[in-house]
Design a protein around this ligand. Structure first.
Ligand SMILES: Nc1ncnc2c1ncn2[C@@H]1O[C@H](COP(=O)(O)OP(=O)(O)O)[C@@H](O)[C@H]1O
Ligand SMILES: CC(C)(COP(=O)(O)O)[C@@H](O)C(=O)NCCC(=O)O
Length: 403
């Protein structure tokens, strides 16, 4: 598709200066809206290639991440408007002057809220397929971002060196509101092999009803303090304190999640909310870990990457998933996690701008100091990740714009 230059370079009048704003991409999920936008550093835009010759202009800047609850979409739109990010889209070359700016978006909300966004921001969403975006985002992170993937064993994070030549195939498990399991065989080569409706939305929804927590983080924090053995029925509870070693179960293995609640003769109010939260988190994480491993086994996949905002970098969640994968695979398979766990879809949508000749992701000599420089989708790019990335973080980045 032919494109005109980014609208951001035509008509800006707000917080971020015209020279700074570049691309904006959205992933509007069942629970959260993820926003990724690139702001170029002042003065960036050199155009010298490796041999010192003139080439495509390279913009250096930072990739920014933000998220909002989907139920508070108006706050998100206000954020975008306040920063003038909605002016950072693109237009069809053949578009009439009245035609709207297009913004890349994915997730179910790109359909559900298209009219609202058009009304509030005056932009049209250019929709990208959610599964495509998840895979593109995962491949992008695994190839380009230093220290993106890690294992979590016995409370220790161990960062992985990803071998570009030995990345595929892998299983991507995205734990959002629901869970998608995708076998990834290469760039754009994937199959969604399974899914489950028992996911992050289930944890937050049931948790809210059972504990009266007012926020997801409060529920996570509660679970941190709780003891699941108060409510879960353990093998030892059934076997009089002994293990059932013949089938590989120790006395402390959970035999039945929430199983004690049937025999305790107690009401919900008699349990501590923190114990309920802990049992719930454990039940859902364990279940996802187990289903993931069974799907990995179906296709002979040894590596399973877990993503989605359900994980939230939470130690107990990652530990439970890791233990489940290790337990069911008898140590054969490994659970791996991603630092930008919740932003795969939005990053995938962001990367898709390059299909329109806008902002192909590409590194340049001038950004050589960055930690990783790899080929992605036939182009070179690189990123430097700060030590402690979390919610509203950013990545230093080099982007080449088609002239
Ligand atoms: N601040 C939050 N508010 C609501 N849910 C959150 C929050 N942080 C993490 N979560 C968890 O993340 C899940 C959504 O993950 P996400 O990957 O964004 O999926 P989706 O695309 O379906 O919104 C929620 O269902 C919940 O379990
Ligand atoms: C429908 C979805 C792809 C939507 O993505 P989400 O907003 O949950 O990230 C996801 O919720 C899902 O895969 N649910 C599981 C449906 C199933 O396979 O049973």
């Amino acid at each position: 598709m032919d494109v005109k230059k980014p609208a951001s370079q035509e008509n800006l009048n707000g917080n971020e200066s015209e020279s700074q704003i570049s691309h904006l991409a959205l992933d509007i999920g069942g629970s959260l809206i993820k926003v990724v936008y690139f702001l170029r550093s002042n003065g960036s835009g050199g155009s010298v290639d490796d041999s010192g010759k003139k080439s495509d202009p390279v913009l250096e800047g930072r990739l920014h991440f933000a998220k909002f609850e989907t139920s508070k979409i108006i706050d998100c739109l206000e954020f975008i408007r306040s920063k003038n990010l909605h002016l950072a889209g693109f237009r069809h070359h053949d578009a009439s002057a009245n035609d709207k700016t297009l913004i890349k978006a994915t997730g179910g909300g790109a359909y559900k809220f298209a009219d609202l966004i058009k009304e509030k921001l005056g932009v049209v969403l250019d929709k990208e397929d959610e599964m495509d975006c998840l895979v593109t985002g995962a491949n992008f992170l695994l190839k380009a971002v230093h220290q993106e993937a890690f294992t979590y064993v016995d409370g220790q994070k161990e960062f992985l060196q990803i071998d570009q030549n030995d990345l595929y195939p892998y299983l991507l498990v995205n734990i959002g509101s629901g869970v998608s399991m995708i076998k990834v065989d290469g760039d754009g080569k994937f199959e969604r092999i399974s899914g489950t409706s028992v996911g992050g939305g289930t944890f937050w929804g049931l948790g809210r009803l059972l504990t009266n927590c007012k926020s997801f983080d409060e529920l996570l924090e509660l679970s941190h303090q709780g003891n699941n053995r108060v409510i879960d029925m353990l093998v030892g509870d059934i076997y009089g304190g002994s293990e059932y070693s013949k089938i590989g179960l120790t006395s402390t293995n959970i035999a039945s999640s929430f199983g004690k609640a049937i025999s305790d003769n107690k009401e919900l109010k008699d349990y501590k909310p923190e114990d309920v939260a802990r049992s719930l988190l454990r039940m859902i994480s364990n279940n996802i870990g187990q289903i993931s491993y069974l799907n990995a086994l179906r296709f002979g996949l040894k590596r399973i990457f877990f993503a989605g905002f359900f994980i939230r970098g939470h130690a107990y969640t990652m530990d439970t998933i890791s233990v489940a994968v290790s337990f069911w695979s008898k140590g054969d398979a490994k659970a791996m996690f991603l630092r930008h766990e919740g932003f795969l879809g939005a990053l995938g949508a962001f990367v898709s701008y390059e299909n329109h000749g806008l902002g192909g992701l590409k590194t340049h000599q001038s950004v050589q100091q960055f930690a990783v420089s790899e080929t992605y989708a036939g182009k070179k790019m690189c990123c430097l990740v700060n030590e402690d990335l979390n919610d509203n973080e950013s990545i230093d980045f080099g982007v080449a714009f088609a002239a």
